[in-house]
Ligand binder design. Sequence first.
Ligand code: MN
Ligand code: MN
Length: 323
Amino acid sequence: MMNEETRIEVHPLTETPTQAWEEISKTTRVIKINYKSPRTENLDPKKVRVVCMSDTHSLNHYFKFEIPDGDIFIHAGDFTAGGKLDEVLAFNDWIGRLPHKYKLVIAGNHELYFDPSFREIMSPNTNGRTKHNSGLINKIPFLGQSGDASSTAAAPKMREYLTNCIYLEDSGVELYGIKFWGSPWQPEFGPWAFGVKRGQELLNKWNLIPTDTDILITHSPPLGFNDKTAKGDHAGCAELLSTIQKRVKPKYSIFGHVHDAYGVMADGRTVFINATTCDINYLPNNPPVVFDIEIKKNMDDEELKEEVVDVKVEERRSWCSIM
Ligand code: MN
Ligand code: MN
């Protein structure tokens, strides 16, 4: 529930995030964390292990690292190159074979068919969509470049093909008493999925995040934390940062999207994780980011052994049809 004191305002420089960050960074703590994966053995029984990935872009076969086991696996979006049905089925099959008890997935801008309002799908004209000049991703045909009636027909139900994970889209789930929320939105930058204008329009999406969220999963980063592109610009959202720092104050903010900015930072209250697996050249080089978090719910040892946990996905928005 939001109250008056925690109403988030649009930052006056929101349209120019690098300049906005110059202002905001004067008054926020910025801690760079030299991330080290926790030891795989001797996990504290009162903690659960969370394994984070993002931006795998259907390149799962090219991973050169192991995926550590854990209780909760998180994928922060861009699990395909173009959101096509065959890619979604392959991802679902892959994630189904991971050993983690719970798997949480959100969509990113590449999951075109997951966005019911995406209107470029029917158009062969993909001008304006970011071109990928190098990397393995060019081997994967993009949606929209040729007619694909089967995928198009499946579009409104694409999320239903993700049967081996919990798909979050402006929705949340509680596991071990820890509250997760997932959101696919990002500042608009071309004809991709889930892009909305910086400022109030994006803030409206962030205003859906419940204030008691412990682990926030977004596809795009908040401003200033693991959002810096190779050119030196900040690509994150000022209103997402304000929402995190002033209203929601989650323990973890997990995202991807900016392939140039893999890593972990903190502001003294929230740990920010850019878990992008693909680097700037779309090579899936970055290993998963792993952390352990204390179970919040008061569970006795028997309950934990039996893995009695509360799984509750909040009501999904109804689908509007494409066209
Ligand atoms: Mn990506
Ligand atoms: Mn992305």
